[in-house]
Design a protein around this ligand. Structure first.
Ligand code: ISE
Length: 336
């Protein structure tokens, strides 16, 4: 039988997940949805056959017609909701971030540990992107030689109103933080922020664009240029500088288009992360459903609660770096 998935939070990203689970993912269907705006929940429920609206997210987690939970609510709710799933013994795919500070993230790691099971998959979908996978394989196979520098760029056309600095850190740069852990397999030990004059579309007090410098344990440097209100399109790029090769992903130049306005090299730049990472999200959710079905609960490639904790620790230091000079150390507790 299909895995019956309950989706908490069906705004932008949650609605996108309901659509993918309904239209493309094999072996699962959406049975229950919840949203703090009831009308939104009803509208989205109507798009998934046999789907009902929960009384509350707590009722959804406990419900007999929910085998597994997908959390796509705002990040500040993730700790409590993911912990409730662990306590209910239900596998959960939690959108990033795991929490908005390291202590909360650590408490989820501890709750999972105490449960004696594995329940939490964390939605760092880039791990499921084909270009990311190819780059990871090239790094692991030594094709690029010794790596000294990673240059990352993260650009959004727009963000939702109220996307303050802490959200730029915990919602946007958190992806590069996880990419560093994923590609380089070593911890970030320090982070520095270099802040230019804010752009004209920066929300009052927001530092957009911002440049972050991460230093890893072995002394590699990662630059992360964030610009979340370019007013143009969605671009996420990674360039790896190695002693035997330099590789770049995310340029979107894999496509050649010919149309009436003339032949063009390259393709269109997508408006946001949903089309850009559509295949990655599909692969992530399909791998999660397969893991739920085979009882392992967490796919091999997936980020875990521990990855969420490491990311939160780096984000906390980044927030401190926004108002400090020089590198700020990242401190982490031992893995329980
Ligand atoms: C958003 O929450 C995401 O997760 C996107 O992947 C990221 O690019 C964007 O900056 C965030 O706001």
């Amino acid at each position: 039988p299909d895995v019956r998935v309950g989706v908490i939070g069906v705004g932008q990203m949650g609605a996108d997940h309901v659509e993918r689970l309904t239209a493309r993912i094999k072996g699962a269907r959406v049975s229950v949805v919840d949203d703090y705006v009831r009308e939104t929940a009803e509208k989205v429920a109507a798009t998934a056959p046999g789907c009902r609206v929960a009384e509350s997210w707590q009722e959804l987690v406990a419900a007999d017609d929910v085998d597994a939970v997908l959390i796509a609510s705002p990040g500040r709710f993730h700790r409590e909701q993911a912990t409730a799933c662990i306590e209910a013994g239900k596998p959960v795919l939690c959108e990033k971030p795991l929490a908005m500070n390291p202590e909360d993230a650590y408490s989820v790691v501890e709750a999972e540990q105490a449960s004696g099971g594995r329940y939490v998959s964390l939605g760092f979908m880039r791990r499921f992107d084909r270009e990311y996978a190819e780059l990871k394989d090239a790094i692991d196979a030594g094709e690029l030689g010794e790596i000294s520098i990673l240059n990352c760029k993260h650009r959004n056309a727009h963000t939702l109103p109220g996307f303050v600095d802490s959200m730029m850190v915990y919602d946007s740069s958190v992806h590069e933080v996880d990419a560093i852990h994923y590609f380089l397999e070593e911890p970030i030990v320090a982070v520095q922020a270099v802040l230019p004059v804010p752009g004209p579309r920066a929300d009052g007090g927001q530092h957009d664009p911002m440049l972050l410098l991460f230093r890893t344990e072995s002394g590699r440097i990662v630059t992360d240029e964030l610009y979340v209100n370019t007013d143009a399109g969605y671009e996420v790029r990674t360039e790896v500088l190695g002693s035997r090769g330099i590789a770049t992903i995310g340029t979107g130049s894999g496509r050649v288009t010919t149309h009436l306005e003339g032949a063009r090299w390259g393709g269109a730049i997508p408006p946001d992360f949903r089309p850009r990472f559509l295949d990655a999200y599909d692969a992530e959710v399909q791998a999660w459903v397969a893991a739920v079905r085979d009882g392992s609960h967490v796919a091999d490639r997936s980020a875990t609660a521990w990855d969420g904790y490491l990311a939160a620790a780096a984000c906390e230091a980044t927030e401190t770096a926004l108002t400090s000079d020089g590198f700020v150390p990242v401190t982490t507790r031992p893995r329980p």
